[in-house]
Design a protein around this ligand. Structure first.
Ligand SMILES: Nc1ncnc2c1ncn2[C@@H]1O[C@H](COP(=O)(O)OP(=O)(O)OP(=O)(O)O)[C@@H](O)[C@H]1O
Length: 550
């Protein structure tokens, strides 16, 4: 098998120990390692300008990013890495798009080591894709488990490419088990039964999760598979996140390598300052879930007003409480989500290209879907059309009813279960805190005014709108209220969204739901765990580095 290594740096020392001759060190220069072949050209030395690739979100890919796309299209197994902010995720999203259009959607399995990382690239967890449940059994048992599920068996047989993001969080034994399953099911002894592999991640970031200090947990590159599978390793060099700030990039690189000298330490200490606390407060990072919870709840307490707590609807066939609890903890969404007007929250699903998993926002109000539909219609109407709209609306209050739940004609078991759980979640809630109607009206319309400065209503129409609004609030006061959130989207615009519930589930190999949860796709976000922050571009951050600096 050909071995090529692009952009080798100190990081490779770590890999090298475990990969014998396969990864060649070339620490001084970022040039193509060409001992065995010169088939590929290093992006930095490329003489021929290649075609521009612009992603859906308008990013123009760099030469090094484009080279990886070319290598992937040519069918190579690739592991690509790079420090934080080098555009690994941006590249991966584009790669997935290109490979799907080349091979067809069903041929490309898009996975990641954790649910959050998977959500970032529109995929599933490796465990869920593979049909191995928790994957604790030995390889032989896992093969027979997967074999029993037609869906998973067929999936393994039919895919041509397997993408795994955040590979640093997968341990070597799981990777070797997956390799074994693929070989057996595909009756093919090539690595992963001949499936093309695209792995991405940074081994200097989070390691595999282990419950105790288990010394047997090894990193993915220590697996048997790694040695045999990868003929290309690429390290992205260009840091985009802190683009232009070469000094800061160099400080981060030293921290990443654990080589902080006195000068760098001084520079880090100089960053200790108050940040602007305008619309979004800096998110604080903590290592444990408990610390995150304490920090968020104490911020919530500072806000005035009542707490609106959303309790999830959980289902699934597993009855053993401990096992159930363990599985439910895999979901990002908490059992109880306490919120207040003014609370800082994070979206935990990808809604579209700008409102994504990781978008931060603030709660403006809690309103029901009827009030929201009315509010939207009013702020999107011209002053001149308001009177006729109000007339029609009062004649037929159903005019604006939002269709939130899925169509009942979708009748497979999972859809029905999801629909019933969502309906339960949305059922009238007479105990919910009631907001003063004048105050609510004022807050909604001042938010609208900030979003659409040109929006105007004559005093007379404003009175009419308010009267209908008050009646509507009174008539629907027991309807379930949802948080109306003003998000900062990834293109740095403000966007107002009424957040409705989502469904998460873990299935077994026969597609039976083991555990499921319906909850709002939000978490409190003044404080975040280091795990949840992995892979996200957070605009403002506060970190306690005392433990790490002298
Ligand atoms: N070619 C590019 N040109 C300009 N900006 C880019 C490019 N590629 C990525 N970016 C920007 O750089 C930032 C970091 O990108 P991305 O999240 O993909 O990096 P990453 O390597 O996955 O980081 P992490 O390891 O922290 O997850 C994002 O804001 C992204 O929009």
């Amino acid at each position: 098998m050909k071995k090529n290594t692009l952009f080798i740096t100190e990081e490779s020392e770590l890999l090298e120990e475990h990969t014998n001759e396969q990864i060649n060190l070339e620490s001084d220069e970022n040039i193509l390692e060409s001992k065995e072949t010169t088939e590929f050209t290093s992006p930095t030395t490329s003489q021929t300008p290649s075609q521009t690739i612009t992603t859906e979100s308008g990013i123009t890919l760099s030469e090094e990013q484009k080279t990886i796309i070319k290598l992937a299209k040519d069918g190579h197994n690739i592991f690509y890495t790079g420090s934080a902010g080098t555009g690994k995720s941006v590249l991966l999203r584009e790669l997935i798009k290109v490979l799907k259009s080349q091979h067809g959607s069903d041929s490309v399995a898009v996975t990641a080591s954790t649910g959050l990382a998977a959500c970032n690239i529109g995929g599933t967890t490796v465990h869920s894709f593979a049909g191995i449940g928790l994957g604790k059994e030995d390889a032989e048992r896992l093969v027979s488990k997967v074999y029993k599920s037609i869906r998973h068996r067929e999936r393994w047989k039919n895919i041509k490419i397997l993408v795994i993001d955040e590979i640093s969080m997968i341990d070597s034994s799981l990777l070797d088990k997956l390799d074994y399953i693929a070989k057996k099911l595909r009756k093919n002894n090539f690595p992963f039964g001949g499936i093309q592999l695209i792995f991405c991640g940074d081994f200097f970031q989070l390691p595999p999760v282990k419950k105790t200090n288990d010394p047997t947990v090894k990193k993915a590159f220590e697996s048997d598979l790694w040695n045999n599978a990868f003929n290309i390793t690429v390290k992205l060099e260009n840091v985009f996140r802190q683009k232009g700030d070469l000094e800061f990039i160099s400080m981060l690189e030293k921290a990443r390598l654990g080589k902080i000298d006195d000068e760098t330490e001084k520079q880090f200490k100089q960053l200790d300052r108050m940040l602007d606390n305008d619309d979004i407060a800096p998110a604080q990072l903590f290592p444990t879930r408990k610390e995150v919870e304490i920090a968020n709840i104490s911020q919530l307490r500072i806000l005035k007003g009542d707490i609106y707590a959303y309790t999830s609807i959980d289902g699934g066939s597993i009855k053993d409480p401990k096992m159930r609890q363990n599985l439910l903890e895999n979901f990002m969404a908490p059992k109880v989500l306490p919120l207040k007007v003014g609370a800082q929250v994070m979206m935990i699903k990808n809604v579209d290209s700008t409102l994504v998993n990781g978008s931060l926002g603030k709660i403006v109000a809690f309103i029901n879907q009827d009030v929201y539909a009315y509010f939207l219609k009013v702020i999107l109407s011209e002053d001149s059309s308001i009177v006729s709209f109000l007339q029609k609306y009062q004649d037929n209050m159903d005019l604006l009813k939002l269709k939130v739940l899925s169509d009942p004609s979708d009748s497979d078991e999972a859809t029905v279960r999801q629909k019933i759980s969502k309906e339960m979640f949305c059922k009238p809630d007479s105990g919910a805190p009631q907001m003063d109607v004048d105050e609510l009206f004022g807050s909604l319309f001042s938010t609208a005014k900030n979003l659409f400065p040109e929006y105007t209503l004559s005093q007379e129409n404003l009175e009419l709108v308010k009267k209908v609004f008050s009646n509507l609030c009174e008539n629907t006061k027991h309807n379930k209220k949802f948080p109306l959130v003003l998000f900062k989207t990834s293109d740095l615009k403000d966007r107002l969204v009424l957040v409705s519930p989502e469904d998460w589930s873990i299935d077994d190999e026969k597609e039976k739901v083991l555990v499921s949860r319906v909850q709002l796709p939000l978490i409190l976000a003044w404080a975040l765990s280091i795990h949840k922050s992995q892979g996200q571009t957070i605009p403002k951050l506060q970190i306690d580095l005392k433990k790490y600096l002298k």
